[in-house]
Design a protein around this ligand. Structure first.
Ligand code: ZN
Length: 236
């Protein structure tokens, strides 16, 4: 399958966006990546981005020539409009999406809008994101309808077709592992285990069957459960 269009993948260095990147590399003629630096409490995801791209280039020759520039946008200004815990007595809590409760509502609307402006300049017409209703249905800016509406707004506002693709929208975590395996075999699932990061606590000293992380936080639990379910499905 080869789509002549060029895509920009919203790439955080986590499991989901790595699966999305592989999906895009399998499908589109050219792929670039963008990451947002918004003062994440743990910088480790941003470091993982670089390692994942290097590993994809090294291990997947058909994808090497398609994988183009990586862009990193400084969105530290988001701190100015978030309800910052520095000035608020509330404790920082991590919501189900992996974002602190101090974060900007509608974050993905902003991310996609910045990505679209970058894509326009780079001649890319598809935006790919790892949003998922199955796990994060509580987050209105991850919903399929929200992103369909945004796709229309971006296409009208830029007077050019701008497609938003969310290949994980209706998949659970076990199905995301299965998708990765179907795209890149065991080499890709091993890459995801070794080099992606999802733990909320930024913990990478413990290696589990499903990868590195504290093993306790909601992100680790979700990843571990999905991995176990995928392995169980494979065995049956
Ligand atoms: Zn964790």
């Amino acid at each position: 399958m080869n789509d002549p269009r060029a895509a920009l993948v919203l790439f955080s260095g986590g499991q989901d966006s790595t699966a999305c990147l592989a999906w895009a590399l399998d499908r589109f003629a050219r792929v670039e990546t963008v990451g947002f630096d918004y003062g994440q409490r743990h910088r480790i995801e941003l470091d993982c981005r670089v390692a994942v791209c290097e590993q994809l280039r090294a291990g997947f020759p058909p994808w090497r020539d398609k994988l183009g520039d990586d862009h990193r946008l400084d969105l530290s200004l988001l701190g100015q409009i978030s309800d910052t815990a520095l000035t608020d007595a509330r404790a920082i809590e991590i919501g189900a999406s992996g974002l602190p409760n101090t974060f900007v509502p509608g974050r993905n609307l902003l991310f996609f809008t910045f990505a679209a402006a970058l894509a326009y300049r780079r001649g890319l017409s598809v935006l790919v994101g790892g949003m998922c209703e199955t796990d994060y249905s509580g987050y209105p800016d991850c919903r399929d309808n929200t992103l369909k509406a945004l796709q229309v707004a971006l296409s009208l506002g830029m007077a050019t077709p701008m497609t938003i693709e969310t290949p994980l929208m209706w998949l659970d975590k076990a199905q995301t592992w299965a998708l990765a395996e179907s795209l890149g075999g065991e080499a890709l699932t091993e890459l995801i285990i070794e080099h992606t990061h999802t733990c909320y606590l930024g913990e990478r000293s413990q290696r589990h069957a499903w990868g590195y992380g504290c093993g306790q936080c909601p992100a680790c639990e979700l990843r571990a459960r999905g991995y176990d379910a995928w392995r169980a499905n494979e065995a049956s």
